[in-house]
Design a protein around this ligand. Structure first.
Ligand SMILES: Nc1ncnc2c1ncn2[C@@H]1O[C@H](COP(=O)(O)OP(=O)(O)OP(=O)(O)O)[C@@H](O)[C@H]1O
Ligand SMILES: [Mg+2]
Length: 256
């Protein structure tokens, strides 16, 4: 039996403040797969990630997002999270006044739909803090308040590990990490790989893919997937950049 499709993005067109950003994205992530999404600045990668999560500012003008066979159009972000979708933000927001402990507990309660016993919560958090090399003292700090870039990215991975989503979309979680942190974060992501899970990893760099070999690499250019391929595609991009894709974009008409 083939794996069920965890995520199907079908001819997705998305506008932000009246401007068309995604212009017919097609993408399928099966359970158990890791997909890397690469592409130049401004090509629409974060826009796609926000749409998958249901950000109200991003308007789906046509096309579909199917998660486990269900059309996500009518589902608000909290229900998508409860259904098992997680997004690690490219630019995590600070929430002064809310401690990480309270934030994580509320997030876990929201996703589970019921309260999490304190003892169980402590166990889950402690195991993941150790694995990610985050000091326990962080739990009483306010979410992302005064955090370094790398600390913010580690906290995104801690959230993912605690919530254990079925589909994780990680938007440039590898950006701004030092060499050791990159390895720790990659291990944290690897630990979550499972036959029932899927990962969509948005990245600019091949280096994280050395730790997390993707099944498929997609190149998003000007709001469309210009090419998909195996891990070798990321190496090709590293060597050649995006110029050839930009040329293809202007020469090859794409049916809408
Ligand atoms: N809220 C918004 N308001 C106005 N324009 C937006 C908004 N969100 C995205 N855009 C525009 O959509 C385009 C795609 O942005 P997006 O953040 O998706 O790119 P990206 O591929 O993630 O780039 P990067 O690699 O720099 O993170 C950009 O031109 C951006 O300015
Ligand atoms: Mg982005």
């Amino acid at each position: 039996m083939t794996n069920p499709s965890l995520l199907i993005v079908r001819d997705l067109h998305v506008s932000v403040e009246g401007k068309a950003i995604l212009k017919g994205v097609n993408l399928t992530v099966n359970a158990g797969e890791v997909h890397a999404l690469m592409g130049p600045n401004g090509s629409g990668k974060s826009t796609l990630s926000f749409c998958l999560m249901g950000h109200p500012k991003y308007h789906v003008t046509s096309g579909q997002i199917l998660y486990l066979g269900q059309d996500m159009a009518a589902l608000p972000p909290n229900e998508r999270a409860a259904a098992g979708i997680f997004l690690a933000f490219q630019y995590p927001t600070a929430i002064p006044g809310v401690t990480i402990a309270n934030f994580l507990r509320a997030a876990l309660r929201g996703v589970r739909g019921q309260d999490v016993p304190v003892k169980e919560f402590r166990q889950i958090v402690k195991a993941n803090l150790n694995a990610l090399g985050i000091a326990e003292s962080f739990m009483s700090r306010y979410v992302n308040d005064g955090f370094s870039g790398g600390e913010k990215k580690r906290l995104e991975i801690l959230q993912m590990a605690v919530l254990a989503p079925q589909l994780a979309v990680l938007d440039e979680t590898d950006s701004g990490l030092d060499i050791d942190a990159l390895k720790t974060v990659a291990e944290g992501i690897n630990a979550l790989r499972a036959p029932e899970r899927g990962l969509l990893l948005i990245t600019h760099y091949q280096r994280i893919l050395n730790y997390l070999t993707p099944d498929v690499v997609h190149v998003l250019v000007n709001g469309r997937v210009a090419r998909s391929g195996g891990p070798e595609l990321a190496h090709e991009l590293e060597a050649k950049g995006y110029e050839t894709f930009r040329d293809q974009e202007t020469v090859t008409p794409v049916a809408s």
